[in-house]
Write a protein that binds this ligand. Structure first.
Ligand SMILES: C[S@@+](CC[C@H](N)C(=O)[O-])C[C@H]1O[C@@H](n2cnc3c(N)ncnc32)[C@H](O)[C@@H]1O
Length: 224
């Protein structure tokens, strides 16, 4: 089979003000709550596809004085990320442009690697997982969180909302997104060489402009 190099993809949502506002509501306790208990002060953390960095800064606070690096393919959200880091006094975090498929870090550079809402935008999430594992120390931990398209429910719905959803699905798919990969995360993690997996599910509620996560289930461990 011919290796055609980096997949051709386009990040659908862009980096405008609206997306910055939506993403900036995310926080480490809510959106990385499953990873925080595994982080210790002094740990080195990488946040991939960090966007406006509102989760990244929370991770940096959890591991201070350890270093945290937020990487993103675009620097579009970095002004907001830097402003937040300054506002919160997080001087152990930096942001840099990088591609999750080819991270500019040596093997074994980090104790923990995190990615929220990134892998579903990729056509080869399994390649990204292998790259995340490469930059992790042997006893390191990876935290991955993504929407699975099949879990998206709307109520009440209207023909226009249904049309919007179908169109968004079509555009994201043609841009290379893997909208139903998340249901296979555990298998992909094991294929990428991770030894143990823990699975949990959160329900995100968007009601009247507010956004809330509720943990609904489940944890399972697989030893290999
Ligand atoms: C939906 S946003 C999530 C931002 C942040 N993780 C959060 O949850 O608030 C996805 C981010 O991934 C970035 N991205 C897309 N493809 C990428 C790639 N190949 N490498 C690194 N970042 C990428 C986008 O630029 C965007 O900022």
């Amino acid at each position: 089979m011919i290796d055609e190099g980096r997949p051709r993809e386009t990040y659908t949502h862009g980096h405008g003000e609206f997306m910055a506002r939506v993403l900036s509501r995310r926080t480490a306790p809510v959106d990385a709550g499953f990873l925080l208990p595994h982080l210790r002060p002094g740990a080195a953390v990488l946040d991939c596809g960090c966007g406006p960095g509102s989760i990244t800064v929370g991770l940096a606070e959890a591991v201070a004085p350890g270093r945290t690096v937020g990487i993103d393919l675009s620097n579009g959200h970095f002004p907001a990320a830097l402003a937040l880091a300054v506002e919160r006094g997080a001087d152990n975090v930096i942001f840099q442009v990088a591609d999750v498929y080819e991270l500019p870090f040596d093997d074994g550079s980090f104790d923990a690697v995190f990615a929220n809402g990134l892998l579903l935008h990729l056509s080869k999430p399994e390649n990204a997982l292998r790259e995340l594992r490469r930059v992790l120390r042997p006893s390191g931990i990876v935290g991955i969180r993504d929407l699975d398209w099949g879990s998206w429910l709307m109520a009440p719905t209207t023909p226009r909302l249904q049309e919007f959803r179908a169109l968004l699905q079509q555009v994201m798919t043609s841009n290379g997104a893997s909208l139903e990969y998340a249901r296979h995360q555990r298998a992909l993690l094991l294929q990428a060489g991770f030894a143990r997996t823990e699975v949990s599910v959160t329900a995100s509620c968007h009601v009247g402009g507010t956004y809330r996560n509720t943990a609904v289930a489940t944890e399972q461990w697989a030893e290999t």
